[in-house]
Design a protein around this ligand. Structure first.
Ligand code: F6P
Length: 566
C-alpha cells in the first residue's frame, strides 16, 4: 500500500507499459463495437439510480483490463479506503479528507483524532435544519418583523458554486415565495445588481426587510466574500433604517436578524459582527469544492427544506457506498476516472466536455470546473516530486441542446479528441407539450442523436449516397469514433443530484491517485491572491507601490488611472 511519502509513479508500472502498447496498436471502431449486443450489455452499469452507458468509449476488453491493472498497481482501493477511514491523505495541508463523512447516516460512526465525526456532522445539520424550518415557516423574521423572502448567499469558489449550482438544479423543489440569490465576484456589479433596490412599481429587486444574508466562507478570510459581506451589511442597515425610523443607531440587533454565517473559523465570524449563535460550523477536513453537502449548503437547505436536503445527502452516500464496495469492474466512478486517464495520457485528450441535457444543470460545468481542475491541476506529486505524466484536463460544457448550436461542431469534426459525458433524466421537471409532441422527448432524441453521431460518424460513401456534390463531400464527412459516456437518471431529484456530484468527486479522486497527486490542496490559487493585495495600493495611486511593479503592470495601471481621472 502506498504511504503518504511514496506515490507510485504510474509510468513505471507494468500496466502503463501495456497501455502504451495497446494505444499504439489501437484502431478504434465504434461501429463494430456497438454492433455487439454483449459489448453494450457489459458496458452498461448502474451506480445508485444512475444508469451509465460506457459502450461508446474508445476502449476494448484488453484496454479495460490494463486500466484496472493500473488501478491495482497504484493502490487505488487502498487509497480510497484510507480516505474513507480519515487518514491524512491531504498531505500538503496535513489534513484528513472526509467529505464522505458529511453524508454518513446518523447511526454510522467514524472517529478522527478521538472525536466522533458523525455526531458532530449531525449536530450541525440539525441546527441547519432547525434554522431552515424557521425561515421557511416565517418563524424567523427580519428586524422589522416581516418574514424572509430572499436568501442571499455571499461566498466564492466552493462556497458559491455548489450552492448556486444545486439551487438552480433543484428550482422545482424551492418553496413558493422564497428565492435564493448569490453574490460571489468582487466586481461590484455582482453585489449592485443582486441587491438592486425594491422598485415600488415592478416589485423587482430586493427589500432589506425581507432579505437574509448567509456569509459562506470556509476560512472567513476571503477578500471577495468579506468585501461583499460588508457591502451587503451597509445596504441592509441603510434599507432597514429607511423602512423603520425607530431602528436605532446600534447595528448589532439589525445584523443579528439578517446575517448568518457558515465557516470553519467561528472566531473570525464573531469578529465580523455576526452573532456566533447564528453561525454554522464545519471542519478543515472538508475541502471548499467538496462542501456543498456541509453547512455551506444552508441556502439550499432553506430553499428546498430539510427533508429534500436529507435526500440530497442520501444521494451522495449511495454513490460513496458504491465507490467503497463495488468491484473494480463495476465501479462506475473508478472506471470513469480510469477512462479519463486513458484519454489524457494515452490518446492525447486535453479537455473533457460535460453536457447535461437538463437546463436546470446550467451551472453544473462551472461547478465541475472547480471540483476537477482545482483538484487535479497539479504538476508535483504528494511527496513533492514532479509528476511523470500530464494531469488535470480542462473540464467545460453547457447544457444540450444549446451547446449543439455553438461548439459541438468542433467535437464532431475538429482535430482534437474531446471525450464527452452526456447527462439526461427520464422525467422532465416541466412536462410541456407542443401540440402532440412531448417536448422532453425532443430533448432526449437530441441527447441520443449526438452520442450516436459522434460514435458512428458519416463516411464519404454515406455522404455521396445523399447526392452531395463531390467537391463538398469532405466537408460533410463525420469521422466518428468520438468517445462519449451517457448517464441517465429517473429524474433530477435531490437524490439524483447528490449522486451525480459524488460520482464526479470520486472520478476526480481516482485520477488524482493514478497521477500520485494531492487532489485536496489548492496552493496554485495563492500567488495571485498575494499579488492582488500588493498591487491594490498601486491601483489606488500610491506612488511607492506603483514603482515596485514591473513595466507591464505599471503601464496598465497608468492607463487605468488616466481613464478614471478623465
Ligand atoms: O481560492 C480558492 C479557494 O480557496 C477555494 O478552494 C475555495 O472554495 C474558495 O477559495 C473560497 O474560500 P472560502 O470558502 O475560504 O472563502
Amino acid at each position: 500500500m502506498p504511504t503518504a511519502a511514496s506515490p507510485i509513479d504510474p509510468t513505471t508500472t507494468d500496466a502503463w507499459r501495456r497501455l502504451t502498447e495497446l494505444a499504439a496498436a489501437y484502431e478504434p471502431d465504434l461501429r463494430r463495437a456497438l454492433a455487439d449486443e454483449e459489448w453494450v450489455r457489459r458496458s452498461t452499469l448502474t451506480a445508485g439510480d444512475l444508469r451509465v452507458d460506457l459502450s461508446k468509449n474508445l476502449v476494448t476488453p484488453e484496454i479495460w483490463k490494463a486500466l484496472r491493472d493500473l488501478a491495482a498497481e497504484v493502490g487505488l482501493e487502498a487509497r480510497r479506503d484510507a480516505m474513507l477511514a480519515g487518514e491524512r491523505i491531504n498531505v500538503t495541508e496535513d489534513r484528513a479528507v472526509l467529505h464522505t463523512a458529511l453524508r454518513l447516516p446518523r447511526d454510522a460512526s467514524l472517529e478522527l483524532d478521538g472525536q466522533d465525526v458523525v455526531g458532530d456532522v449531525h449536530e450541525v445539520l440539525d441546527r441547519v435544519y432547525a434554522f431552515a424550518e424557521d425561515v421557511r415557516s416565517g418563524t424567523w423574521r427580519g428586524f422589522t418583523g416581516r418574514p424572509i423572502r430572499t436568501v442571499v448567499n455571499i461566498g466564492i469558489g466552493g462556497s458559491d458554486l455548489g450552492p448556486v449550482m444545486a439551487y438552480e438544479a433543484l428550482k422545482a423543489y424551492v418553496q413558493d415565495g422564497l428565492e435564493c440569490r448569490f453574490i460571489s465576484n468582487i466586481d461590484p456589479t455582482d453585489a449592485a445588481e443582486t441587491l438592486a433596490g425594491l422598485d415600488a412599481e415592478t416589485l423587482a429587486g430586493l427589500d432589506a426587510e425581507t432579505t437574509l444574508f448567509i456569509v459562506a466562507s470556509k476560512t472567513f478570510g476571503t477578500l471577495e466574500t468579506l468585501t461583499n459581506a460588508r457591502l451587503c451589511r451597509s445596504w441592509l442597515l441603510d434599507g432597514i433604517r429607511a423602512a423603520d425610523a425607530d431602528a436605532g443607531r446600534e447595528d448589532g440587533p439589525i445584523v443579528a436578524r439578517h446575517f448568518v454565517a457558515v465557516s470553519t473559523a467561528l472566531d473570525k465570524v464573531a469578529e465580523f459582527g455576526i452573532d456566533p449563535a447564528n453561525a454554522f460550523g464545519f471542519w478543515d477536513w472538508v475541502g471548499g469544492r467538496y462542501s456543498v453537502d456541509s453547512a455551506i449548503g444552508t441556502s439550499l437547505a432553506v430553499a428546498i427544506g430539510p427533508k429534500r436536503f436529507q435526500e440530497f445527502l442520501a444521494g451522495f452516500h449511495a454513490i460513496d457506498e458504491h465507490f467503497r464496495s463495488a468491484p473494480l469492474e463495476a465501479n462506475v466512478p473508478a472506471l470513469m476516472g480510469l477512462l479519463n486517464v486513458w484519454y489524457t495520457n494515452f490518446l492525447g485528450a486535453s479537455s473533457h466536455a460535460v453536457l447535461p441535457y437538463a437546463q436546470s444543470l446550467h451551472r453544473f460545468a462551472a461547478y465541475l470546473q472547480q471540483l476537477t481542475m482545482e483538484s487535479n491541476g497539479k504538476s508535483v506529486r504528494w511527496d513533492g516530486t514532479p509528476v511523470a505524466t500530464d494531469t488535470g484536463e480542462v473540464f467545460w460544457g453547457e447544457p444540450g441542446t444549446n451547446g449543439q448550436h455553438a461548439f459541438y461542431q468542433l467535437i464532431h469534426q475538429g482535430t482534437r479528441l474531446i471525450p464527452a459525458d452526456f447527462i439526461a433524466f427520464a422525467t422532465p421537471a416541466h412536462p410541456l407539450r407542443d401540440g402532440d409532441t412531448d417536448v422532453h422527448e425532443l430533448l432526449l432524441a437530441n441527447f441520443l442523436a449526438q452520442t450516436k453521431a459522434l460514435a458512428f460518424g458519416k463516411t464519404p460513401d454515406e455522404v455521396r449516397a445523399e447526392g452531395t456534390d463531390e467537391a463538398i463531400v469532405p466537408a460533410r464527412v463525420f469521422p466518428g469514433n468520438r468517445p462519449t459516456t451517457s448517464i441517465m437518471a429517473p429524474a433530477l431529484t435531490p437524490t439524483a443530484l447528490g449522486q451525480l456530484i459524488a460520482l464526479y468527486e470520486h472520478i476526480t479522486f481516482t485520477q488524482g491517485i493514478v497521477w500520485g497527486i494531492d487532489s485536496f490542496d489548492q496552493w496554485g490559487v495563492e500567488l495571485g491572491k498575494q499579488l492582488a493585495m500588493q498591487i491594490a495600493p498601486a491601483v489606488a495611486g500610491e506612488a511607492g507601490a506603483l514603482a515596485q511593479q514591473d513595466a507591464s503592470t505599471r503601464a496598465m495601471i497608468d492607463y487605468y488611472r488616466e481613464q478614471r481621472t478623465r
